[in-house]
Design a binder for this molecule. Sequence first.
Ligand SMILES: [Zn+2]
Length: 203
Amino acid sequence: MQKEAFEKKYLECSNCGYTTHDVLKGRTSKAAFEGVVQCTKCGRVFSTVLRIPKIIKIPTIISDGPVSEKIVTEFEENDIVTVGDEFIIKDGRRLKIRSLDIGDNQRRKNAKIQDVKTMWVQQFDFLNLKVTINDNGRSYSKKIKAEPDDEFIIGQVLAIAETEYYVHAIKTCDRLVTKGIAEGRDIIRIYAKRKRNSSKPLS
Ligand SMILES: [Zn+2]
């Protein structure tokens, strides 16, 4: 009979290589977990000791235009961070790494967390996405607010200032989307056309 495990641990099974294990019994101290686990794929049971990674505190600067705020963020000692990584802090704000300072004015695109002296981040609860609109041969730009998780679909209708436009292409970090979906976080520019029967005149 299969019993619902209370907890799962992620480590590599030496028998099958799978990484998800049910905890059959164990205890956790400050420094380590010690117990018996079972591979959820091949069923191998073994006892293990897993050291709990230390938490490293990193001075972090949230910059938002001319305003910046100093906070401390927490990472696990083995973490590797990369410019562009996103994470959420305890108060719920979403942050994205803009720059990693490893001391002596050196900046890196990625680094081991232990090497990072200061992390520069940007809050991005809302993105300001650029929309290029084609309106009967005329072209102009607008901006819309979106969340990083928001999905934009080719063919969907966008209402901007009470005028309706439909999305016909989306430029993302690595391609031009003309079919399908793109997430707000990846979008560089949206291309839209004014709907013919959209009622309100342009402002
Ligand atoms: Zn296994």
